[in-house]
Design a protein around this ligand. Sequence first.
Ligand code: NDP
Length: 285
Amino acid sequence: SSREAVTVIGLGSMGSTMARTFVAAGHPTTVWNRTPGKADGLGAVPAATAAEAVAASKVVVISQVDYGAMFESLADADLQGRVLFNLSSDSPERLRKATEWVAERGGTLVTGGIMVPPPGIGQPGSYVFYAGSEEAVAAHQPTLEVLGRVDHVGTDPGQAMLYYQAMLNIFWATLISYFYSATLVGNAEQLRPYVATMLTDLAEDGPMGFLRILTTALDTGTHEGGDNNLHMQAVGAEHVVQAFTEAGLDVTVPGAVAALFARADAAGYGADGLSALVDLIRKPN
Ligand code: NDP
């Protein structure tokens, strides 16, 4: 095979799918998982120990619960000349420490945040935020592309998780707000088309294209209030909370939004636009 050898460490939902995807793409693939038996049926070569798995390939892709699992798994492994692509979730600071940990053992760590669930791995639309050595990413780009598009976002190892967590925050906040609103209405299917239109309109250019409009505001620091200022929105957000309260529902998320608006209003941002909230985000209460 002209495809380079790959080792996959961690065979949970993500890692096992990655291993299967590398095998399907013709990569000689070696795998290891803490709990034995998970290599069955993947079509990859199971290694008896993590150290043996690392010895089998220069490229090591890791997908475990967090970086603590890597510290445990690879404590005795020789990482000399190895390039580790760890696609596990953890905090940016942990990724920086992990980069030093791997370097002390002679290896190179590239951190990554993979932006799809298991069925999306290697499928159109799949992509991974990578951070750390740009050379290492470039050198193994064809291999990495088997998992999805390769987006190198910075040499600071923390950047991959920063982008990953930035996107997760939007994913969760958007969908959870939908759960709240669908529960308030009592019929999700009734509400869904309105939500779908709003999400599309927000992302496109037009009078409702607030993603681009407010991006300009964020980047220039000018937050025009106009006839839809923060004070008015703070009052409106309080009415949203009241609607949930009257319906006997939880108000954690709408209440948090209303509290942020109220804090902005009290701090003197009432006449400004929605994007003035970034000043409060930069100054935690
Ligand atoms: P799973 O829970 O399915 O798998 C976790 C893996 O971590 C298992 O292989 C487990 O081994 C291993 N593990 C846990 N603790 C240790 C340890 N102390 N030492 C060695 N191995 C350990 O998780 P996923 O596959 O879903 O997720 C893997 C990573 O990918 C996570 O960081 C997750 O946040 C991230 N991710 C997940 C997505 C998803 O949709 N699932 C999407 C994007 C990223 P064992 O079998 O022995 O328990």
